[in-house]
Design a binder for this molecule. Structure first.
Ligand code: AGP
Length: 606
């Protein structure tokens, strides 16, 4: 999962490329590079280095680059370590390119075409450049067509040919590329974040089509050379939403944005106090015609699915599975045309989820996806889409995407309960009214965030810690634990608190931090007993408890009172509190909260 940018136009190309790479850096930040055309030497000049975009900017600073065309890349290493040589762009002969994806047969191609002598890096991407240069005889489209016919795997290639000044070429398979033509020129990128500085109109480059950008025009042709018209979309993100708006990190900004994001996500989907998906084109039959549900997603999106599973089982008494997308295809899932598959993805580009959706559809299932990025690959692959209106989520740690995904799940559950006669109209309206309280309840947690900052100090020095709870609290803590792991590098483990005594309690020693959540009335007494079990073995307790359940709680516990909601909605205030806990631990450790080591925002490799 890398970040790609290409630009040809009237603005300073170097600045456009570097600024865009900073916006795309969340996609991968092991190394960075740009290539800009140099009319004097009739070749693209490449500047690249291991490290961040700021390091790249430093090596380009003194260069007076008079040019009107260039490409750029931020890398999350797959093939080949983090080094200057393995950074993109790669240049072989007349070809300079950047690549996002994995070319699975790069070794065979190197041998079959004897490319070894032209390679200086360990990357699959440079092999693509060498092969393209081998096939290039002056016609870029022909060379591209011949090259991609040999490639196996996923790719978004963005290419400069030294004897085609002012032109940028691109072709993709699975890995994303969006493009636009605006008054500042023509631009393409891995995602909208880099484009929305100039425009909110864009199109998704169709797979296996050759895109040619010139500063005054765009040409899109299929592999038969037939010209195609780009299908422009409009992004409704506030252009300035792609900035930090004064916060030190995007993660804090995005945590704080959640009340508005939830409000935007549900407001247009409630009519007469009832869930209404007609504006999304999602028919009621989708919810009445299925006899089981299978949620597929990764990471935080999968954790949203776990909450939905708890709601569907407890309220609808329906069969529902939640599968990690990367496991789904290999787990012999029970899928048929009566199965409603719900794919959840913030980016809409996670390849594990995309491939799982394709697999499920081949098995006859209908697929509804819950996505944040309009027009993304998973959205296009799905039969129906419910978009979250979270706006751009830049921090690698997903926050507002999670709570807006949950908001949509609450609406789906209410809709299904009403359609299936589980809820009367009044029950449904009451449930929806509770959902409409979420933004205000989240605000109350955000107002108390300094208290959570104090709690963060209790776990700051931890190497290992447990998060314990039962039922919905366990699902809440799985997500809270992932947040803490990925931004603070503390080995946090969420555990069903009733299960600890069957082994893991052996790991509890004096002062082991244990974060507990108690938000479900029916589980309170057992959860408090489990907390006592670890407390008696020396654990240091940090407790997040629903206010109305907090009577006679041991004063030795560091306690945060969560504002009351109906039990099945308590995941909302609890999640915001746990996001803040992770955020403060990471920022107090002095880490780059938005770009944790080894991670990237969009995982487009399997
Ligand atoms: C979330 O904090 C993680 N960064 C990661 O688990 C993420 O949720 C996962 O990669 C799925 O991404 P998606 O929602 O874009 O598909």
């Amino acid at each position: 999962m890398c970040g790609i940018i290409g630009y040809t136009g009237s603005e300073s190309v170097k600045d456009v490329l570097l600024d865009a790479l900073e916006l795309l850096e969340y996609r991968g930040y092991d190394s960075a590079g740009i290539a800009v055309e140099d009319d004097e030497i009739k070749q693209a000049k490449v500047y690249k280095c291991a490290g961040r975009v700021r390091d790249l900017r430093a090596i380009c600073e003194s260069e007076k680059l008079l040019t009107s065309c260039g490409i750029g890349h931020t890398r999350w290493a797959t093939h080949g370590g983090v080094s200057d040589e393995n950074a993109h762009p790669h240049q072989v002969g007349k070809v300079t390119l950047v690549h996002n994806g994995i070319i699975e047969n790069y070794r065979e191609l190197t041998a079959d075409y004897d490319l070894g002598d032209s390679l200086v890096s360990e990357t699959d991407s440079e092999v693509a450049a060498a092969l393209l240069n081998r096939f290039y005889e002056g016609n870029p489209e022909e060379a591209i067509k011949k090259t991609v016919s040999k490639l196996k795997g996923t790719f978004a290639l963005v290419i400069l040919f030294s004897d085609h000044p002012g032109e940028i070429y691109s072709i993709r398979n699975v890995s994303p590329i969006v493009a636009t033509l605006c008054e500042q020129g023509a631009m393409l990128a891995s995602d909208l974040t880099a484009l929305c500085r100039f425009t909110n109109r864009y199109f998704v480059v169709p797979e296996y089509h050759v895109l040619k950008l010139r500063r005054d025009g765009i040409c899109l042709t299929d592999l038969d050379g037939k010209e195609k018209q780009p299908q422009y979309l409009t992004v409704d993100w506030e252009l300035n939403n792609a900035g930090k708006n004064g916060y030190p990190f995007y993660m804090e900004k995005e945590i704080m944005e959640q009340p508005d994001a939830v409000e935007r996500t549900i407001a247009e989907r409630i009519r007469g106090g009832l869930p209404d998906f007609s504006a999304d084109g999602v028919p009621d039959e989708l919810f009445t015609g299925c006899d089981r549900i299978n949620i597929i997603a990764c990471g935080t999106a999968m954790h949203a699915g776990l909450v939905a599973q708890a709601l569907v089982k407890s309220l609808l008494h329906m069969h529902i599975d939640v599968d990690m997308a990367s496991e789904f295809m290999y787990s012999d899932p029970v899928i048929d045309k009566k199965t409603l598959v719900i794919a959840v993805s913030q980016s809409g580009e996670t390849i594990d989820t995309l491939e799982a959706v394709k697999y499920a559809k081949k098995r006859g299932a209908k697929c509804l996806s819950i996505i944040n990025v309009k027009g993304s690959s998973i959205a296009r692959e799905s039969d129906y889409v419910l978009y979250t209106n979270a706006g751009p989520e830049i921090a690698v740690a997903s926050t507002k995407a999670y709570t807006t995904q949950l908001s949509i799940f609450y609406l789906i559950v209410a809709k299904m309960a009403h359609l299936r006669g589980v809820f009367t109209t009044e029950d449904t309206q009451s449930f929806v009214r509770e959902l409409q309280r979420v933004p205000e309840v989240m605000q109350r947690v955000l107002k108390e965030r300094r208290e959570i900052h104090v709690l963060a100090s209790r776990v700051l020095e931890a190497k290992d810690l447990f998060m314990i709870g039962r039922g919905l609290d366990y699902s809440i803590l799985l997500e809270g634990s992932l947040k803490l792991k990925e931004v603070s590098y503390i080995h946090s483990e969420a555990y069903a608190s009733g299960e600890l005594k069957h082994g893991p309690i052996a790991l509890i020693t004096q002062d082991t931090p244990v974060v507990a959540a108690v938000t479900q009335e029916k589980l309170r007494s057992k959860e408090l007993s489990n907390i006592k079990e670890v407390k008696s073995r020396g654990a240091d307790i940090v407790l997040f408890i629903k206010e109305s359940l907090a009577g006679d709680v041991d004063s030795a516990y560091e306690t945060f009172l969560l504002p009351d909601m109906r039990d099945e909605f308590m995941v909302m205030p609890a999640s915001v509190a746990l996001q803040l806990l992770a955020y403060y631990v990471s920022s107090d450790k002095g880490f780059d909260v938005d770009k944790p080591r080894n991670l990237a925002k969009v995982v487009t490799v399997e």
